[in-house]
Design a protein around this ligand. Sequence first.
Ligand code: AMP
Length: 307
Amino acid sequence: MSLLVVGSVAFDAIETPFGKTDKIVGGAASYISLATSYFTKGTKLVAVVGEDFPQEFIETLQNRGVSTEGLQIKQGEKSFFWSGKYHTDMNSRDTLITELNVLGNFDPIIPESYQDCEFLMLGNLTPAVQQTVINRLTKRPKLIVMDTMNFWMEIALDDLKKTISMVDVLTINDEEARQLSGEYSLVKAAAKIQAMGPKYLIIKKGENGALLFHGKEVFFAPALPLEEVFDPTGAGDTFAGGFIGYLAKTGDISFENMKNAIIYGSAMASFCVEKFGTERIMDLKEDELQARIQQFQKLVKFGALSF
Ligand code: AMP
């Protein structure tokens, strides 16, 4: 089923305890659309880059079946740039630089051929732009999933809350859930955030897995214990891509199927962190993914419990 992905396509400079990169390709929508490409050949990208962005990466997306008709390339302008530094535990990071550049005045134009999309993934982006995308679709998609981050809570909270009220699923990390809700308890935070609009909430906890909330129900997916986490950048986006990609592939948006989808999201994210940037998720093999899904099953499977 067709799936529209919107979000930043960018340059990142990353510092982890294992090393440092110069400007490499990143951006929420880059990770998301690479991840969704393993589930559907119907991924359609809406994003903006400057003339400095490498054509080679755009071709990689196209070769993976992602439509880039909605990717605007702004001559004479620079791509979005983000730089972050991870702490030793790799679970937390500081943003060092955010240069909006082309994102500063991004007008998301939806090509006519994208109008039939049944799934919409609003990756991390200016909340007002995420909202414009929803408003420009002639038919509301079957499912709208949105990701965001603390940066937007700090500078565009009203727009952010309005956009959140329009989506079905929100994915954020634990610290952001606390910041958005003003509650320390994630259970209380989840209730408050669901009251803002989304019927489903995914709280990502890095190496501690992810929680899926729906009303009073909650489901937990662990993160795979990995010997080495090299670079967590994009893990949240890759997770979101795996999640919505699986839902789009199966066409089933029930809570039960969302449980499977967060396992697929977690499996995709476990690859992402193994190398810097998008490198590890550029060319995964189907059997690698299936083997990881089995590792997840083994990790949490136990027999009947009785006293
Ligand atoms: P994640 O590690 O999943 O939170 O996502 C990291 C990606 O988010 C990086 O590749 C950045 O380019 C992108 N990013 C960082 N800050 C922003 C922002 N304010 N808006 C949009 N994308 C961002």
